[in-house]
Design a protein around this ligand. Structure first.
Ligand SMILES: Nc1ncnc2c1ncn2[C@@H]1O[C@H](COP(=O)(O)OP(=O)(O)OP(=O)(O)O)[C@@H](O)[C@H]1O
Length: 770
């Protein structure tokens, strides 16, 4: 073997000697000999410069030495002779190819012309081979050859091909499905029953939260892949069922559907995105669902986890219920909800609706939101304390979780403000309404109903128990807040010329400080008598107003008749089961009237509501400087809130909204409500910030969307310090140790002992034992 290799070496050297006199002939035949030796020594398929090298090693050397290019360079003027000279070599190579079991083709990159090719091609045909020329590369093959070989095309254009996201996801989905099938058929899961059953057991036994930590990576991956496959099959089965198709048709009619592709693409490409769209266009129920569906379709369903926050419990529950119905699943399966002390979610829940507070609490314990892929913050315009706090924490989290996607949504948000806060995040607007809503302002309402306002019939009756409250309305306010002054200004400037003298008289008597129970009663009567069927949603400020108005309406001959009107109340302090009554259908020919606070203002759909009555006020937390405490007082709502209220109609059918204040007053409203962070004491927030173990409360708050005044921070901190000192003064202990430490305090023990003794005596006495 060694000797034959040496011989090959020598022969090759000879070939490369250009000074040889009879070079062409000599070279061809010497090479022929070398190839024969080479073949016998390495028993590999033949390769020569430019020809296919199917086995490396010695052949590699041969390939380097046998360059026909070199030959061509030296004899450029003698190409015709080259074709004749090469044909024997080709004959020999082709016969070797035919004999070789492993090799399939010969590739020659020598610069050949057509005549060479024709000769080689004829030779190949005679020998039972196929031959093709690609540019100047000649290929002889045992199998038929295509017209074009990209692997042999040096000039192949390197263009970037942009595939639409939808198509890409579909292809990914199909590929994943194919891979899953192959995997299942290859026996990894099904044939190997032990393995499959083991995975089943694991999947069932381990709760989702602990799965990552309990299973090793590869097993977890398999479990999740199986779950993803199952999710996709279920989703497809639902979408192909008659009910699923019907639901899909409805969903396609929503304005959000037209933007589906654009939204998915934007969310995939940006870490933060701000979305606005009219009320009812499908932000809350559709956008998180689009993500879920597209992830499931591409076989990643079990790997995705979406959280969508809602400002209120009732909306989190109602939206979760609706989305699970749209997916044809029971609540708590893929779609669930979690609110304080209540929840419906399981280990297969991948879309969770929760209150902002719940997400904040999770962030306190899991600062990286491990396992969460998308966070939607809905109704961001409300700017409650929790929402603003959430934004600070999420903004801080984003650089640590590059894969996390954050979507901010609202019908009435200041998109630019939020976009700037997140470093110029893209904003998308979803145009179009689901159904139109006609807005009537006070002047139109007075004209329509013919109701006459006087200074007496506007006084709201709070009953015998709250006589002081009724009387308070008779005393004009000494101090006017900014919005009241603006409202009065707007009223003074308006002339209402196009309205009847009766309506103008009424408007001149209108008292902005009252809610207007009697006016609401008149509007409800008008709706019940003259308008088409449909439920009415009345926005009030708080429980006192709601209960007093309910009592008043119950005493009315029409509105109090249970055979004609079903009166339902809804307030934040009510039990969830009672709150949910607002979604129920009334008996036939009975009109449902819901009296609610602003808790029914955003995100919820009461699907039979056609009319909305808006009193224009809501209770909002503000600061009582005298007592240094937060307090809830009724005040004018913002334009954003008014639009949200109006948007509760027109979701399932066209609607009408009766705003019980003039249009000019609406224009005097603030565009957005002042953020809670700027209008309430920061005591509890400071405490919450401390629990995040941030070094400085001031620094943390300065990162807010609209940071509060430093004075408010100082006041909050000093308030907390005051409480701390009081505890320490009383028990001589720091508050952390107070719970345990008080049992070592003699004064505390004596006091508690006395109290216990007195209570025991009292109980025994009342039982007649003493
Ligand atoms: N419970 C329900 N019953 C019937 N239809 C519903 C229900 N919930 C939602 N819908 C339909 O889905 C549409 C979209 O609702 P969704 O709550 O997603 O809108 P939105 O854009 O988030 O509105 P908003 O800004 O008011 O929260 C509604 O207009 C309505 O047609």
């Amino acid at each position: 073997m060694r000797s034959s290799r040496a011989a090959v070496g020598l022969l090759l050297k000879a070939v490369s000697n250009k000074n040889n006199a009879c070079y062409p002939f000599y070279r061809t035949h010497t090479r022929y000999l070398a190839l024969l030796l080479l073949h016998s020594s390495s028993s590999s398929s033949i390769s020569n410069g430019g020809f296919l090298v199917s086995k490396r090693g010695f052949c590699g050397y041969a390939a380097e030495q046998f360059s026909d290019d070199e030959y061509e360079c030296d004899f450029e003027g003698q190409k015709a002779s080259s074709s004749v000279a090469n044909i024997d070599e080709w004959k020999w190579k082709m016969s070797l190819l035919l004999r070789s079991e492993k090799d399939q083709e010969i590739v020659s990159r020598d610069k050949r012309d057509r005549r060479d090719y024709e000769q080689i091609s004829n030779l190949a045909k005679r020998m039972g081979l196929y031959c093709e020329i690609y540019g100047k590369v000649v290929v002889a093959s045992k199998i038929p050859l295509p017209n074009y070989r990209p692997d042999l095309d040096d000039k192949r254009p390197q263009r970037e091909v942009v595939i639409p996201l939808g198509l890409q996801r579909r292809v990914e989905g199909l590929l994943q499905e194919h891979l899953d099938r192959v995997r299942l058929n290859s026996g990894k899961f099904t044939d190997n029953r032990g393995d499959s059953e083991h995975l089943d057991q694991l999947e069932n036994a381990i709760p989702d939260e602990n799965a990552d930590s309990l299973l090793d990576g590869s097993v977890m991956e398999k479990v999740l892949q199986r779950r993803s496959l199952r999710m996709r099959n279920m989703q497809r089965a639902w979408q192909e069922s008659p009910e699923g198709k019907k639901m899909l048709d409805f969903r396609k009619s929503l304005p959000a559907f037209k933007e589906n592709e654009r939204l998915l693409q934007a969310i995939a490409q940006n870490q933060v995105i701000v979305i606005s769209g009219e009320t009812g266009c499908g932000k809350t129920t559709q956008l998180p669902q689009y993500i879920l569906e597209s992830e499931i379709e591409s076989g990643r369903g079990a790997f995705c986890s979406i959280i969508c926050t809602q400002p209120r419990r009732i909306s989190a529950m109602a939206v979760a219920e609706r989305v699970s119905a749209e997916r044809g699943e029971p609540l708590g399966e893929t779609v669930g909800y979690k609110v304080r002390l209540e929840g419906m979610k399981g280990k297969n829940t991948h879309l969770l609706f929760c209150t902002s507070g719940i997400l904040l609490r999770r962030l306190l314990s899991d600062r990286n939101l491990n396992g969460i892929t998308h966070v939607f913050v809905d109704e961001i315009h409300e700017r409650g304390m929790n929402e603003d706090f959430l934004l600070i924490v999420l903004k801080d989290l984003l650089p640590r979780r590059r894969d996390l996607r954050l979507v901010l949504m609202s019908a009435t948000l200041n998109a630019e403000l939020f976009s700037n806060y997140f470093g110029g995040a893209p904003t998308i607007h979803i145009p179009g309404f689901t159904y139109p809503v006609k807005a009537h302002f006070l002047e139109d309402v007075l004209e329509m109903t013919g109701y006459k306002l006087t200074s007496f019939n506007q006084i709201d009756d709070y009953g015998q128990d709250k006589m002081w409250k009724t009387q308070k309305q008779l005393v004009p306010r000494k101090r006017k807040n900014q919005i009241t002054a603006l409202v009065e200004d707007a009223l003074n400037k308006s002339s209402f010329e196009s309205y009847s003298p009766r309506a103008r008289d009424s408007l001149s008597c209108w008292t902005p400080d009252c809610i207007g129970f009697n006016l609401i009663e008149a509007v409800l009567c008008h709706i019940c008598r003259k308008e088409r069927p449909g439920a009415v949603l009345v926005f009030m400020t708080g429980w006192e107003d709601i209960s007093c108005l309910r009592d008043q309406l119950k005493a009315h001959p029409l509105l109090g008749d249970p055979n004609r009107v079903l009166l339902i109340t809804c307030h934040g302090s009510m039990a969830t089961s009672e709150q949910k009554l607002i979604f129920g259908r009334p008996p036939p020919n009975v009109r449902k009237v819901v009296l609610a606070t602003n808790m029914a203002e955003a995100s919820i759909t009461i699907n039979d509501v056609v009319f909305v009555v808006d009193c224009g006020k809501a209770k909002e937390t503000s600061y009582d400087a005298l007592n240094n405490t937060p307090c809830l007082l009724p005040s004018w709502i913002s334009q954003a809130s008014a639009r949200q209220r109006r948007g509760r109609a027109g979701r399932v059918q066209p609607g009408e909204c009766f705003h019980l204040y003039p249009r000019c007053v609406y224009h005097a409203f603030a565009e957005y409500q002042l953020p809670e962070l700027l209008r309430t004491p920061l005591n509890s927030l400071c405490l919450q910030i401390k629990s995040l173990q941030v070094p400085s409360i001031g620094e943390f708050l300065s990162a807010a969307l609209q940071p509060p005044e430093p004075l408010a921070e100082i006041s909050g901190i000093s308030h907390l310090l005051g409480i701390y000192r009081r505890y320490r003064g009383r028990y001589g202990l720091t508050p952390q140790y107070r719970c345990v430490g008080r049992y070592f305090n003699p004064w505390y023990l004596v006091k508690e002992g006395c109290l216990l003794f007195i209570s025991a005596v009292f109980v025994l006495f009342s039982l007649g034992i003493l």
